[in-house]
Design a protein around this ligand. Structure first.
Ligand code: ADP
Length: 453
């Protein structure tokens, strides 16, 4: 019994740094607020870690948008091409045909020319399969990496994230790279109208159904958010009238060290062995690309200390990325039995007891709960800023959300919502899951642009 108590003590010590009190979360919130202001302010923008990038999207949809569009979605595990028909809202609404293409590692980590050639090949294949050749449709390019936009159809890639590292792209206008690849590949049917961040696409697609949707949130491979900011606060741009959507690039929150005090040794390990050490520190505590890795690091330490799996580490558990975030969803599922959890562990070469499986579940819950709470702290920073901007005692606002982690994890969304409610009692925040955010949203942004042009 004494040994058990000592073990429990060790477990608690290991997991304690993941348990963030409401006070700490409010503190994270206020640090995010501070970083947002640094990003918006002209003098400090260039050194900001949360970049607060103007998107040139000035309004959410009004429902009068019409037409046929092509949308591209590049920014995660797959590349997608979509054909989007935007009809009368009371008639067909938005109809979408799409196809996903996998992105092999040698493409996303090869040369830029190869990446964009591959993209155009995929588009050509899609056009061919859907009899779209010769139809010069306006195109919205959802490109979910930090870009310094100078126009709706122009954006310089600031840095790659989420495992991408194609050469000769950083510092380049990605719309130009796409157009050049189209020329090389003799595809004359592409008219690129808008470069779209996936957060903005998500906000717009939900905005089509809910005019109160003025925030976009992604929690998938990576995490990011955007919201409608007052033009007068966007010091980088001329003009004080109205609003513009700001792509926060909030994944980089903490890159200046401001989250070091809540960073655990496991987070540091995940960061050190990632393709971009020191970067995207907030994202690495929250998103799908990393949560499984954090859990794996904890499991290794628990095993090394003889607390798990009889102290025996399998070869597989020592392999990077062997524990995908999907496992957290499975293991934390309320309907999954211990036997099924055990079979996941067996597949990893681990012999587990009943106590082991319960402890693994506890580790997963701890890691995903912290992720959801940190994400909520970010959202609270945004809604509180909007409330202050508008001089309101109470703000009612909708967040459009996309991303597999948010959508498929059994508890993530619930913890985000519950935490926002506690931390921002003056805001009434509704979360709306977007359907095909980047596709439909990109088409709507393109449609709005075509309508205005
Ligand atoms: P992206 O963000 O790349 O556009 P997704 O929103 O589909 O695309 O997110 C993919 C990420 O979601 C992967 O990194 C993976 O870790 C995570 N993921 C996949 N399936 C699940 C699941 N069932 N539960 C939680 N996370 C998942």
């Amino acid at each position: 019994a004494q040994r058990l108590a000592a073990q429990r003590n060790q477990i608690d010590n290991i997991l304690a740094p993941f348990q963030l009190s409401p006070t700490t979360l409010m503190d994270v919130q206020s640090r995010m607020r501070k970083e947002m202001n640094i990003g918006l302010c002209k003098e400090t923008h260039s050194t900001a870690s949360v970049k607060m990038l103007p998107t040139y999207v000035r309004a959410t949809p009004d429902g009068t948008e019409r037409g046929d569009f092509i949308a591209l979605d590049l920014g995660g595990t797959n590349f997608r091409v979509l054909y989007v028909h935007v009809g009368r809202k009371d008639n067909v609404g938005v109809q979408i045909k799409s196809k996903s293409f996998s992105l092999p590692k040698d493409i996303i980590q090869g040369t830029g020319a190869k990446l964009f050639d591959h993209i155009v090949d995929c588009i050509s294949e899609f056009q061919h399969e859907n009899n779209l050749q010769g139809r010069r449709l306006p195109l919205g390019f959802t490109f979910s990496f930090p870009c310094k936009q100078t126009n709706l159809d122009q954006g310089i890639l600031i840095s790659w994230t989420k495992g991408f590292s194609a050469s000769e792209c950083v510092g380049q206008d990605v719309v130009r790279l796409l157009r050049e690849a189209a020329v090389r590949k003799k595809n004359n049917d592409l008219i690129v109208v808008a470069l779209v961040n996936d957060t903005v696409g998500t906000m717009m697609s939900c905005g089509y159904d809910d005019p109160a949707c003025e925030i976009g949130l992604i929690v998938g491979t990576g995490t990011n958010a955007c919201y409608m900011e007052e033009m007068k606060n966007l010091e980088l741009l001329d003009g004080d009238e109205g609003r513009m959507c700001v792509n926060m690039e909030w994944g980089a929150f903490g890159d200046n060290g401001c989250l070091d005090d809540i960073t655990t040794s496991f987070d540091l390990d995940v960061d050190t062995f990632s393709i971009n050490p020191g970067k995207q520190r907030y994202e690495k505590m929250i998103s799908g690309m990393y949560l499984g890795e954090i859990v794996r690091q904890i499991l290794i330490v628990l095993t090394e200390r003889g607390i798990l799996f009889g102290g025996k580490i399998s070869q597989r558990l020592q392999t990077r990325d062997i524990f995908p975030t999907k496992f957290l969803s499975l293991i934390e599922s309320d309907t999954l039995g211990l036997l099924q959890v055990r079979s996941i562990l067996t597949d990893l070469g681990l012999r587990s007891t009943c106590d082991d499986t319960m402890l693994v579940k506890e580790v997963c819950t701890t890691v995903s709960r912290r992720a959801a709470q940190l994400c909520a702290a970010g959202i609270v920073a945004v809604v509180e800023k909007m409330r202050e901007n508008r001089g309101l005692d109470n703000l009612k606002v909708t967040v459009g959300v996309d991303g597999t982690l948010y959508k498929l994890h059994p508890h993530f969304a619930g913890v985000v919502q519950e935490t926002v409610k506690i931390l921002a009692p003056q805001c009434n925040v509704t979360f709306l899951q977007s359907e095909d955010g980047s596709g439909k949203g990109a088409a709507l942004i393109t449609a709005v642009a075509c309508r205005i042009a």
